[in-house]
Design a protein around this ligand. Structure first.
Ligand code: URA
Length: 186
């Protein structure tokens, strides 16, 4: 399947009820040849309205971390576990994740990143370990198939709990350092 076919399929998806309330399907954005992929939870209101992930308050905060550690947003690929917004931003249901995850798996297969970073516990629990504890295990590395994975705090958690910002910066610096090693840019 080509990228264009996958995107078209995803944008016309009616596998779950979320298609009825979406304004836009938020497929993902960035570099389709990225070495680094970030995976969030699900679109919020601004993402649903624009069709682009991480453009609301949490997204703007996330951009600051990318900038602080010298990662250009256009060099990475950013996607979510769910492509459609859950009503009132509730947590994605396991059934919605089950229906949507194949789109994400296909995106990963086509992009072939060297590194995947989960943004928050929902994607970490689905992609790294069902028992993942974000407070204890953020910033730890896991080798999965052809890529390395880690998880960091979700930017909306940082909006609610600014004390976690320092830990986020430490993790993001470590991610950039590892990325440079993996891509031979040390
Ligand atoms: N939170 C997410 O997990 N994803 C977005 O795209 C926006 C907010």
């Amino acid at each position: 399947m080509t990228w264009e076919e996958l995107e078209a399929q995803c944008k016309s998806c009616e596998k779950c009820e979320l298609c009825k309330t979406r304004t836009n399907c938020v497929f993902g954005c960035g570099n389709k040849n990225a070495d680094l992929m970030f995976i969030g939870e699900a679109p919020g209101e601004n993402e649903d309205l624009t069709g682009t992930p991480f453009v609301g308050r949490a997204g703007k905060l996330f951009d600051k971390y990318l900038e602080a550690v010298g990662i250009a947003r256009e060099d990475v690929y950013i996607a979510n576990m769910l492509k459609c917004r859950p009503p009132k931003n509730r947590d994605p249901l396991p059934s919605e994740q089950d229906m949507c995850i194949e789109y994400l798996r296909d995106q990963i297969r086509l992009i072939k990143p060297k590194m995947i970073v989960c943004l928050g516990r929902i994607s970490a629990m689905r992609l790294i370990d069902p028992n993942f504890k974000i407070l204890k295990e953020h910033g730890k590395w896991y080798k999965k198939g052809n890529f390395e994975m880690t998880a960091v705090y979700h930017p909306s958690l940082l909006l609610r709990d600014p004390h976690k910002k320092e830990g986020m910066l430490t993790d993001m610096k470590m991610i950039k350092a590892r990325l440079d090693e993996l891509t031979g840019q040390t």
